[in-house]
Design a protein around this ligand. Sequence first.
Ligand code: 5GP
Ligand code: MG
Length: 180
Amino acid sequence: MASITIHEKRFSVYLSDEVLQKRIRELAAAINADYAGKKVYFLAILNGSFMFAADFFKYLTIDSEICFIKLVSYKGLKSSGEVTTAIGLEEDLHGKNVVILEDIIDTGKTLHYFLPQLLHQQPSSLKIVALLHKQEMTKYEVPIDYTGFVIPNKFVVGYGLDYDGLGRNYKDIYQLADEE
Ligand code: 5GP
Ligand code: MG
């Protein structure tokens, strides 16, 4: 489909299934090479990255474990308090080669607040794979090691990403169309 409508907004196809799969194979090949002979513990961030993580995982040939976690950010009672909590982190990361799988990094806030919690557990290494990066929007420092696509600051849906709950089911990624 060249375009879709979600909650009365129109989105046009931006990254096709073919383009996505090709790039995901390349990202997995880079990880296979960089971690050859090692075991990697992948942390996929829910909800958005479920589809990316599933496809990416199929292209891995190294010893790979995966855990899906959900991050909850909420404002504290005082306006400055911005906390991010991990739900579902089952194992201690001590001594593990950890690789985070993120669907999209926008301001960088989510991972910026979450990374120290992971580093506190002293993994032997910690790297980040982001399928999409809205580079011009990134205000919080996040060390992204592997990027699928640098994209402009336009809202995207599909391939696991939602617009107000809908749109995750499409195999292509769509971009909000300009108003006519
Ligand atoms: P950050 O903390 O880096 O600002 O934001 C990351 C999160 O914002 C993503 O995991 C995603 O949930 C959401 N997000 C940012 N940009 C988009 C977008 O264009 N489309 C969708 N569906 N979610 C986005
Ligand atoms: Mg996400």
